[in-house]
Design a protein around this ligand. Structure first.
Ligand code: ADP
Ligand code: F6P
Length: 319
């Protein structure tokens, strides 16, 4: 392994820069040339490679976003796009690739691996929706961002008699909603992994009101429905004054937490070591407090799950 490349793809996530730094520095430490690919798979097709040196990743460990930029590339889904990418890497003498992204990114990486190209994946997405790892890079930062937002909304909520509905990201997964709802003390959490019944939400709001609660906070994962729909249902059914906040892309920004930096540093370095040791077509993960790696094919077979006992606990603590 003499030359490797690294790219970030899909939705950016805080901590991606930490991973890029770790890949570049670990690679150079081991005497490997490292290239950064700009704009995800689009850049791989366009041949957008830049040689990285030690200084190129200085002062980025604490910065959100990704210095390599990211993209959602339709063209890479075609065989033509994948073949062009492979040809570009061959021309440049690249003999290993590390991709940072979510499940879509890993599907793309799997195609390269099927074609015999040594490819390693690192889970980077705020959604935490990838099997093969307990945590994805960016999730912890996003949860902390949402908890801070809930705390602020709670300040104003406690000054008014209202219901506050907060819609959070997560695509098809409820992890951000569950963690932030639990840590923000929400009265109700609505996630795709548990049946959603508006009457249950209303019952919990009314129970709280009957014992003197003046306001309630409801966290809804975008994978279930729009926050505005939940707000409208509550207003129509019980007539309480309701306000809706959609947190949106601010959940993707910000300086990565120490936890995301720790995961990012370890996963980035491990990905280089795996390539060097001849591993191909695997993703790095974090399970039960340890680094692990899983074949893309095996990770793709399993569905990401959520711990429903935490959901039940959150409900029982918000009575
Ligand atoms: P994420 O990686 O965060 O899940 P996307 O789902 O947008 O984000 O996937 C990132 C990119 O991965 C896509 O834009 C596309 O280029 C590539 N990709 C996704 N699915 C496939 C697939 N089935 N085959 C090849 N490439 C894919
Ligand atoms: O996958 C990360 C994510 O932020 C999801 O939570 C969200 O559904 C999606 O990306 C938003 O994508 P975009 O930035 O393309 O609007």
């Amino acid at each position: 392994m003499r030359r490797i490349a690294v790219l970030s793809s899909g939705g950016d996530a805080p901590g991606m820069n930490t991973v890029i730094r770790a890949v570049v520095r670990r690679g150079i430490f081991k005497g490997i040339d490292v290239f950064g690919v700009h704009n995800g798979y689009d850049g791989l097709i366009a041949g957008n490679f830049v040689r990285m040196d030690l200084g190129s990743v200085g002062d980025i460990i604490h910065r959100g976003g990704t210095i390599l930029r990211s993209a959602r590339s339709e063209r890479f889904k075609s065989e033509e796009g994948q073949e062009q990418s492979l040809a570009n890497m061959k021309n440049l003498g690249i003999d290993g690739l590390i991709v940072i992204g979510g499940d879509g990114t890993f599907k793309g990486a799997q195609k390269l691996a099927f074609n015999g190209f040594p490819t390693i994946g690192i889970p980077g997405t705020i959604d935490n929706d990838i099997s093969g790892t307990d945590y994805t890079i960016g999730f912890d930062t996003a949860v902390n961002t949402v908890v801070k937002a809930i705390d602020k909304i709670r300040d104003t909520a406690s000054s008014h008699d209202r219901i506050y509905v907060i819609e959070v990201m997560g695509r098809g997964a409820g992890d951000i909603a569950l963690w932030a709802g639990m840590c923000g003390g929400a009265e109700s959490i609505i996630i795709p992994e548990a049946n959603f019944n508006i009457d249950d939400v209303i019952k919990s709001i009314q129970q709280g009101h009957s014992r003197g609660k003046k306001h309630s906070i409801v966290v809804v994962a975008e994978g279930v429905c729009k926050g505005t729909d939940v707000g409208q249902m509550i207003q129509e059914k019980i007539g309480y004054d309701t306000r809706v906040t959609v947190l949106g892309h601010l959940q993707r920004g910000g300086s990565p937490t120490a936890y995301d930096r720790m995961l990012g540093s370890q996963m980035g370095a491990r990905a280089v070591d795996l390539l060097e040791n001849g591993e191909r077509g695997v993703m790095v993960g974090w399970k039960n407090g340890h680094l692990v790696h899983t074949a893309f094919v095996d990770a793709a077979k399993d569905k990401h799950t959520i711990d429903l006992s935490v959901y039940q606990l959150a409900s029982s603590l918000s009575i």
